[in-house]
Design a protein around this ligand. Structure first.
Ligand code: XBP
Ligand code: MG
Length: 253
């Protein structure tokens, strides 16, 4: 048994795309469509309980904007979401959201070590392409053997479907992989697929429950910028590299 693959969530894990990308794009789309809806950072924090942009809009209407009605809500929400995706891609092209500390380095080190890489996210595929291409270059899309994005499975996270789908496409057993997540919904999804998970929290998820995490960190860290361990066994590692992943793997997988 050995560590063969790393599977990454996207939003909140690779980059702070929720706050600096999705939230901004939602609000710009509402404005462009003449809607007077404005999502604050605080409200968005709550709305993030629901994964998937279209479901999130519907959740908002049901919980916070009951007076709004529309004859064809499904299509209306789909059209708002299509515009939001267009705006999100533009934001990525403008370089609005950098990768989180250690992400690019870990991709490089993992590839050098021959580990297989994949993505399991509930966001729209175009958004993943835009983030990767505009932070790492278009060629970097080929670093990922499988990119599983929201629309390939009927049920989004916290359901485990997307991780099951990615594992099946990779033809790999969960015991040979480590997943990287930032949220409660994310780890529930990964755990459903029997994956062990490393968590890096962000401002939206630092108070989440992560019962099954191998370790909870503030970020992946860099050689000159150590991570802060929020929960986990003590280690000599100060940033997440392949050696540290092997150490975690030996202990938990
Ligand atoms: C991300 C999501 C997505 C994004 C918005 O989850 O839940 O809904 O917030 O993207 P993950 P869309 O961290 O698992 O990637 O609007 O394209 O759904
Ligand atoms: Mg996430």
């Amino acid at each position: 048994m050995s560590l063969e693959a790393l599977i990454f969530d996207v939003d909140g894990t690779l980059a702070n795309t929720e706050r600096d990308g999705h939230l901004v794009a939602f609000n710009l789309a509402f404005k462009e469509l003449g809607l007077d809806w404005v999502w604050s950072n605080e409200l968005y924090h709550e709305l993030l309980d629901v994964t998937g942009g279209q479901l999130r809009i519907k959740y908002y209407l049901k919980k916070y904007n009951l007076e709004f009605t529309h004859d064809d809500l499904d299509n209306f929400v789909a059209s708002i979401h299509a515009l939001k995706t267009k705006i999100y891609v533009r934001l990525m092209e403008e370089g609005a959201v950098p990768l989180r500390p250690g992400v690019e380095r870990l991709f490089d080190e993992a590839r050098t070590a021959g580990l297989r890489l994949a993505i399991a996210t509930t966001t729209t595929p175009t958004n993943v392409d835009a983030l990767i291409a505009n932070t790492l270059g278009r060629d970097a899309l080929d670093w990922f053997e499988v990119i599983g994005a929201g629309n390939v499975v009927p049920k989004l996270k916290p359901a485990g479907d997307i991780y099951h789908w990615v594992l099946e496409k990779m033809n790999i057993a969960p015991k040979n992989c480590i997943a990287f997540e930032d949220s409660h919904n994310g780890i529930v999804s990964a755990t459903d697929a029997n994956l062990k998970t490393l968590i890096t929290v962000n401002e939206y998820t630092q108070s989440h429950q992560f019962d099954d995490a191998m370790v909870i960190l503030n970020n992946l860290g860099e050689a000159d910028k150590p991570f802060t361990m929020i929960e986990g066994d003590s280690t000599n590692a100060t940033y997440v590299n392949v050696d540290y992943l092997k150490e975690l793997y030996a202990k938990y997988c």
